[in-house]
Design a protein around this ligand. Structure first.
Ligand code: ADP
Length: 265
């Protein structure tokens, strides 16, 4: 609780008394702390690629690199790190939008099996490169009211993770089923590296990565799952994960069939 004394004056400017204002500031403080932690994280994440770009550009500019092959490899690093910066900034902006709920969702009825088949086709090329098969097991006739672009974003993120954290020759399985009259469940399972028990509760936190080096080399920013979780929650849904190290992971989204706003108009 925070106590504030506010002097009160009468209309002719004379001192009339003091107003006591008691305010519960814990929520405000918590928000401030979360915000400043976020800014610190963001700065740290941006500094690494910027330092690389700057360092390699400096070396090239100094004229110390004589052979062309080395020069090209330095330029490639500069290019890759700029690309990474671009992705980071894109994800940071996206996260800040979904966190502050500044995303207008446009709900429409979506037929789940056709929607998932289409989404899987888009990601197929990425899976083929690693000889990963993407299979589906979809109950027919399932509909949800959702923002189609956002739902695709959720699915693409989880599918991309499944492919990225699964070794060559593995499998990703997408299932959809009705849970009860009002809810459906979509799960994305992989036969990948899995997630250690101790990390499971934290993987939806922004910038949290089980293995930084691995996430970096696969182009990850550590923001994907935070964005996904917010998007699922904007749909009044939930997301959970189960995993076994060395065997694979399953992410399950439960979504209400109808959105409240859509029911009440
Ligand atoms: P990233 O950009 O690093 O993939 P995410 O927010 O998408 O960030 O995921 C956070 C972390 O969770 C990843 O760095 C990885 O350690 C772990 N993770 C996410 N999906 C999977 C998966 N399907 N299998 C194993 N680990 C995963």
């Amino acid at each position: 609780l925070e106590l504030n004394l506010v002097p009160v004056h009468s209309e002719n400017g004379e001192f009339a008394g003091v107003l006591l204002v008691l305010q519960d500031v814990t929520a405000v403080r918590r928000l401030e702390r979360v915000r400043s932690e976020f800014v610190a994280n963001v700065s740290h994440e941006l500094k690494t690629p910027i330092a690389a770009v700057k360092g390699f550009a400096e070396t090239l500019l100094s004229g110390g690199v004589k052979d062309e092959e080395t020069a090209r490899s330095f330029l490639q690093i500069i290019f890759d790190e700029s690309d990474r910066l671009n992705r980071l900034i894109g994800d940071i902006l996206e996260l800040s939008k979904v966190e502050s709920r500044r995303v207008p969702l446009v709900f429409s009825p979506i037929e789940i099996d056709a929607f998932i088949d289409k989404t899987v086709q888009v990601i197929a090329a990425q899976a083929e490169k690693k000889a990963i098969s993407v299979e589906t097991d979809l109950e027919e006739g399932l509909y949800v009211e959702a923002d189609e672009d956002r739902l695709r974003q959720i699915m693409m993120n989880l599918l991309a993770n499944g492919i990225s954290y699964t070794p060559e020759g593995g499998k990703v399985l997408v299932r959809a089923r009705s849970l009860d009259e009002d809810h459906i469940a979509i799960s994305i399972s992989d036969t990948g590296i899995g997630i250690p028990k101790k990390d499971l509760p934290r993987i939806f936190e922004r910038f949290y990565r089980v293995d930084k080096a691995r996430s970096r080399s696969s182009g990850g920013t550590g923001l994907g799952l935070s964005i996904v979780k917010h998007l699922v929650e904007l749909h009044k849904g939930t997301i959970t994960v189960t995993s076994e190290v060395g065997e694979g992971s399953t992410f399950t989204i439960v979504l209400p069939v109808l959105q409240e706003s859509a029911i009440t108009g």
